[in-house]
Design a protein around this ligand. Sequence first.
Ligand code: TRH
Length: 394
Amino acid sequence: MPSRPTTCDIFCAVVDNYGDIGVCWRLARQLANEHGVAVRLWVDDLASFRKLRPEIDPELPVQNSGGVEVRRWAAPFPGMAPADLVIEAFACRLPESYMAAMAAQARKPVWINLEHLSAEDWVEGCHKLPSPHPQLPLVKYYFFPGFTPQTGGLLLERGLLARREAFQRDPQAMAAFWQALGAPSPKPDEARVSLFCYENPALPELLAAWAEGDAPVCCLVPEGRALPQLAAFFGQEQAAPGHAFKRGNLEARVLPFVEQERYDMLLWACDINFVRGEDSCVRAQWAGRPFVWHIYPQHDGVHMQKLRAFMARYCTGLPPDAAQALCGLWEAWNGEGRQGVAPPLHIHGAWNDFRAHGSMLRQHATAWAQQLSGNSLALNLLDFFREVGKIRAS
Ligand code: TRH
């Protein structure tokens, strides 16, 4: 068995929103461009993919983008030789015929199920666990991203933190970025906030806190699920990219959904980022700025356990008052987490408390990014490929 994969197939089913394809696309590019692996990325919803990568043509069954071969994943699945490394993202279930082809290989591919990100302790015990296929001579391994060295780490492109720091230190680059986005450069006393969230009962209250606050807030809202609530707050029928609204000390601007790299830059350029899901949450951490996470709500409420597990890790090393300010806003923002529930009225105070600890939270955010950056998911995955080869050879 070779020590490195030459080829890799990544399978991505877009369940909802953009996180599934966001993660798979990032991983595909990293394996191809930083590690020389020939990657085929199989995606069942190219229209969603196009939002993050506008050059994708949803009509094409095969296309190349950013060094990756992008394939439309549709039934029936074409017959083809499987890759050395097969990544099933988020248990999306590989095509039967593809699994049969894997089983027929003399040298079986290394088959990974890439799991969702969680900061919970149990992840360390489940990372890399094997799961033999009930009928076929194949073993699938669970690979868990995470925040400790006993997990698979996080997706981080080579040199990303240095690029981010250079950008944040370069006022001209920032000004050019704002101009290209059609937004004015920040005023000296303004808090610039990006707001990417699901529908949230706490949103009107937060917008009111900003409008009534002492300092100006400029809130940039990418096109998406927050827009109806934003429009309603400003008494408008609708909000769309290019629209700008003002009330009291709050100015809100709707942005188009931008390409993934530009979204990173938006996070780097803002003082505070409201993010959601899984991938934007990680990108906010790499931005080295204070952030507020709207975790993906799950029906059984397990998301709150996940949220608290992350808060506990993230707050380690923060002075207690700053940790309390951070947790207070995060809890309020994730509130009851469902529509139809009265907004948590304490969000106003929680926001003020968060802002009062702004410089400490900013310092902490930079240190946190640095601390996490040594545990690269792509490198860990390639190491694991070698490890499986050794297990098989022994
Ligand atoms: O979009 P999300 O809510 O996605 C996911 C999925 O729903 C998934 O099924 C679920 O399991 C997961 O959440 C928890 O949030 P996420 O993960 O942050 O993905 C958003 C992606 O969109 C991310 O890659 C960043 C990208 N993006 C852009 O490229 N441009 C933009 O303008 C914005 C706002 C985001």
